[in-house]
Design a protein around this ligand. Structure first.
Ligand code: M6R
Length: 606
């Protein structure tokens, strides 16, 4: 997490840095800072809070900020609470540093530097890097950085400025992403390419242990031995997404409303003559795959749970769904007939990226289901299916998740076709079912909005909320509970309904709200029993159900009816209600919906 920005050129550097940081605020927003060169000195401003707090500081200091060379940072705390002292850049009179990653041996470095007479002002791991650079500084920045690097253990993308080098930025990368943008008489540094696409589409990707020296009219890249490298220039073929709320109160609401269109586009491009075609040619011998392992984090993993269900049901292929942070340190059984699928909106999530690399190390074919083009995973996976959901700005994933589950559904149907596990007529039926979904979603957004808002008002008074469901609904229950936790800060838990009586039911009292998902006709009798069991313990029930099933509910409870469609595609409808629900509860409670506390959109540290 954390976003690194850098600029050297002819424009006002602080303005460019703020523009870059705005596009990377999703990487962290607890504090921010900037260093510019000013009359041969390094001048730094930093503050706790979101970027607008930094903007205010900058406008109060306009004259000093009138520079053409700067580095900036937006932070998600790893070491030390959000505060001005812990915000980046970290400086000494000679050097200024912004960092994304974790310096694992920072405590040892700090002890060594204290013995050498250095004093520390922050609780961060990064300050040790700044002081170490200061200690080794011998007038030659490249030598100093290479010497310092030898002592660093951990992950880092570093943007560095030295006093006396008014027109030069230095950058060093290990694991955490770092990109050098190549402009006309100006060059850039950033953690995410999309931050600079408004200025240039040409860029270098810094690889591990590469060091860049960036001036306005030249960029030189060196390896860790100081050898100059011949880097390939990449060209982005896409435009920067417009980060605009288009009249919506929040990005999250806008992104929820974009979902019918996102689905329409995916279906238009990936269903040909009534059959899914995800252009999987890059994955040879797909028909011979004997096992799939889906690896992801958070919502992307919950999308994977739906994928497992569909792939096992339609294509009769065993699927395991793994939490990336566990998978990367496990002992997975990987053979050439295993396909590893990594799902990620950002394509930068550190654990998912490490899982992808582990699979590649084992010579296993890898498929990425990724939203952000040019991201690390999109470059490293053997084959990529882009979800093409457009920029997702709100921290809570909505349209990217929707796009992931759509791709997974199509993948399951396509695998069924290729493996001949279903008849052609069934394949056409499954494709038709999903083609009807965008219209149904539009109707929900039109007809059910007020009802969901009212229910959310009622529910916001509960501090214990359970989400229960069976089959596909149990995966949606997990996503619904996660959304509510991250946005409304309510202790929301999800359970497979059949598991309640094995322990969790003891938590159900009249103070608990049980949001019961009942979209699966074939499981309705079992599910109704579980709902009544929860109600008998005093739990207040909110039932979200397919309209057809609702008539069979014997007891009085709050209900929300959803349009009827085949069980297999019901998750597409149910999840949008849960997204809206979390949105309205968070709004009622007065929380920052787009930037919930303690979170960042892209988790690039372990
Ligand atoms: O960028 P990724 O899809 O890899 O991110 C994975 C999770 O961090 C992400 O889905 C997270 O759980 C969302 N904030 C959920 O809304």
């Amino acid at each position: 997490m954390c976003g690194i920005a850098g600029y050297v050129g002819t424009k006002n550097a602080s303005e460019v840095i703020i523009e870059e940081l705005k596009r990377m605020e999703y990487r962290g927003y607890d504090s921010a800072g900037i260093t510019v060169t000013h009359k041969d000195e390094l001048f730094t401003l930093k503050t706790v809070g979101k970027l607008n707090a930094l903007e205010e500081l900058i406008s109060a200091q306009k004259t000093k900020l009138n520079s053409h060379c700067a580095i900036g940072h937006t932070r998600w705390a790893t070491h030390g609470k959000p505060s001005s002292a812990n915000a980046h850049p970290h400086t000494t009179p000679k050097v200024s540093v912004v960092h994304n990653g974790i310096i694992e041996n920072s405590a040892e470095l700090k002890n060594k530097l204290i013995k050498l007479g250095y004093e520390f002002e922050s609780e961060t791991d990064t300050e040790a890097v700044a002081k170490l650079l200061d200690y080794y500084y011998n007038g030659d920045p490249v030598e100093t950085i290479l010497c310092t690097q030898k002592e660093l253990v951990g992950t880092y993308a570093l943007g560095i400025m030295f006093k006396g080098y008014d027109d030069t930025l230095f950058a060093l990368r290990k694991e955490s992403p770092l990109i050098v943008g190549l402009g006309n008489n100006e060059n850039f540094l950033c953690s995410d390419l999309n931050a600079i696409l408004n200025y240039t589409n040409k860029y270098y990707i810094l690889e591990n242990n590469e060091l860049a020296v960036i001036k306005k009219d030249s960029v030189a890249v060196f390896d860790q031995n100081g050898q100059k490298l011949d880097k390939k220039i990449n060209i982005a073929t896409w435009q920067a997404d417009v980060n605009d709320k288009h009249g919506f109160e929040h990005f999250m609401l806008k992104e929820i409303f974009e979902q019918p269109n996102v689905l329409k586009e995916i279906l238009k491009h990936n269903i040909k003559n009534g059959l899914p075609d995800l252009e999987l040619q890059a994955l040879p011998n797909l028909e011979e795959i004997e096992k799939i392992i889906i690896v992801a984090c958070g919502s992307a993993r919950y999308a994977g749970l739906l994928g497992k269900y569909w792939i096992e049901k339609f294509a009769r292929l065993p699927v395991e769904v793994e939490i990336a942070s566990e998978f990367r340190y496990s002992y997975p059984i990987l053979t050439s007939k295993t396909l590893v699928i990594c799902i990620s909106q950002s394509g930068e999530t550190a654990d998912t990226l490490a899982a992808l690399r582990l699979a590649k190390l084992n010579n296993v074919p890898t498929l990425g289901i990724i939203n952000v083009k040019g991201s690390s995973m999109s470059r490293e996976a053997d084959h990529v299916i882009y979800t093409n959901a457009g920029a997702e700005v709100a921290v809570a994933s909505t349209k990217a998740y929707m796009a992931q589950i759509c791709i997974l559904y199509l993948l399951a149907v396509e695998l069924a076709f290729k493996r001949k596990t279903l008849q052609e007529s069934q394949i056409f039926e499954l494709s038709k079912d999903i083609l009807d979904i965008p219209e149904k979603l539009l109707n929900i957004l039109k007809d059910n909005l007020k009802e969901v808002e009212n229910l959310a008002n009622f529910c916001s008074q509960f501090s214990n909320i359970f989400f229960i469901g069976r089959g596909l609904d149990s995966a949606i229950a997990k996503e619904g509970a996660l959304k509510l936790k991250e946005l409304a800060y309510i202790n929301a838990q999800s359970y497979v309904a059949g598991e309640l009586k094995h322990g969790p039911i003891s938590l159900i009292t009249e103070n608990a709200l049980v949001i019961s998902l009942l979209s699966q006709e074939r499981l309705q009798k079992k599910m109704i029993s579980n709902i009544l069991e929860a109600q008998a313990r005093g739990g207040q029930i909110l039932l979200i159900s397919k309209e057809k099933i609702l008539q069979n509910i014997p007891a009085q409870m709050k209900t929300l009816e959803l349009a009827s469609c085949n069980d297999d595609v019901m998750p597409f409808l149910t999840v949008v209600v849960l997204q809206l629900f979390a949105y309205f509860v968070a709004k009622t409670l007065g929380h920052d919906v787009d930037k919930p506390r303690n979170l960042a959109k892209s988790v690039t540290v372990e």
